[in-house]
Design a protein around this ligand. Structure first.
Ligand code: ADP
Length: 381
């Protein structure tokens, strides 16, 4: 790459409409200037932001590697290229044009439309003499905001999903309170029924808020794991015990098939949380007189399997199952008090352990969720 800084310095020191004088070049090439210039050179070459300087004729006088990548031209060097030869984007052109008129521009949104869509925030400043006849040149910096934009879209979607999910139970609560207020309270049987609907919807909102806070904490990196070797059989036994009443009510049998001596390396509370979500789903989506079995398989990673013989999940849903709020049957999930966030929480907690969660399912036969956890790092030493 051409000596970018030297070029810019030369360009800036150049008297308007005259070429660089010998004296000026000598000054630019002084040893102390060269040391600073190569430091800046390295900095600019390593910058993620694209940097482009054009002269009065809209020809490139300097650029860095990121700018070259952004414009992706067939030529090896952008130098002397016309801006119009590099891009047809009118937003870029008009920003540089303003720069040459002596007007600073910022917040210009530039999108590329290749196979990989990128979004940039362009800032253009005039450089050199701005003597009433415009500037000597214009310097543009392209900030890559692709990731920020993507995160913003995800955040917007999440917010709109959350509002939608909260609005549904809230609407039901308001409707039933109004019904009670307008006379239903006189009838003890109806009022009892309506109150239990109100309670159900209120606790749905409660679970939803709990899950949202939990997921936000995990995703925001605010959950620290304290992993240690633990006895899996005992942990599974405890989780199964906490579901005894629910399983009995649905006539579902819980089977702990984990051998007593199996040790896994995990954060106890978080593993319990993952198993709770998976076993809860197993019971919820199981058939009457169904079974939810928890087992263990050794390997390069420890595998904990939660297997039910329920209705199974159609194949087209499996890929998106761990997304927030993704549900195969929205109405059924809501009816059972689901938030649609349980599996997203499991996924993030498994990732936090350095592992993952996978699913296999066969319609009419059942579903198996598998937690893959890395072994105790001290085990193999
Ligand atoms: P929910 O609160 O709805 O259970 P989850 O994130 O835990 O949310 O699960 C998402 C969806 O995945 C469920 O709504 C359901 O459609 C499907 N699902 C999860 N576990 C099972 C299972 N064991 N059998 C069948 N479907 C399941």
């Amino acid at each position: 790459m051409a000596k970018l800084i030297t070029t810019i310095v030369e360009f800036l020191k150049r008297k308007p409409s005259s070429s660089s004088s010998e004296a000026q070049l000598e000054q630019t090439n002084a040893p102390e200037n060269l040391a600073v210039s190569s430091l800046l050179e390295a900095t600019l070459a390593g910058m993620r932001e694209g940097l482009l300087v054009v002269n009065k004729d809209m020809r490139v006088v300097a650029s860095n590697a990121a700018a070259h990548k952004l414009f992706n031209p067939s030529v090896a060097d952008l130098k002397s290229q016309r801006l119009t030869e590099l891009t047809r984007n009118p937003a870029i052109y008009s920003a540089f044009l303003d720069g040459l008129k002596g007007v600073e521009r910022s917040g210009v949104k530039v999108e590329t439309h290749g196979p990989e869509r990128q979004v940039f925030d362009l800032r253009v400043v005039p450089i050199g003499n701005t003597n009433g006849h415009g500037a000597e040149g214009a310097l543009g910096v392209f900030f890559d905001i692709t990731r920020t934009e993507r995160l913003e879209i995800v955040r917007q979607e999440f917010l709109s999903n959350v509002s939608h999910e909260l609005r549904t139970p809230l609407t039901a609560i308001i409707a039933f309170v109004e019904t009670l207020e307008t006379g239903a309270m006189e009838d003890p049987e109806s009022s009892q029924r309506f109150l239990s609907i109100i309670r159900k919807n209120a606790s749905r909102m409660h679970s939803l808020i709990d899950d949202i806070l939990e997921l936000t904490a995990i995703e925001g990196g605010n959950v620290r794991l304290t992993a240690a070797p633990l006895q899996l059989h005992t942990l599974v036994q405890d989780v199964c015990a906490s579901f005894a009443a629910k399983a009995a009510a649905q006539d579902v049998t819980l089977k702990n098939n984990v051998p007593a001596d199996v040790m896994v390396y995990a954060d106890e509370r978080r593993l319990e949380q993952m198993l709770t979500n998976l076993i809860d789903n197993g019971i919820k989506f199981s058939r009457e007189r169904g079974t939810v079995a928890i087992s263990y398989e050794p390997g390069t990673r420890d595998k904990i399997l939660v297997q039910d013989n329920g209705d199974g999940i159609p194949a087209q849903h499996l890929e998106r199952l761990f997304e927030r709020f993704y549900r195969v049957d929205r109405a059924r999930s809501r009816d059972m008090g689901g938030t649609g966030l349980g599996l997203a929480i499991v996924k993030h907690l498994a990732l936090l352990h350095g592992g993952e969660v996978t699913v296999t399912s066969e319609l009419g036969k059942g579903t198996t969720f598998t937690l893959h956890l890395p072994p105790d790092p001290r085990r193999s030493v």
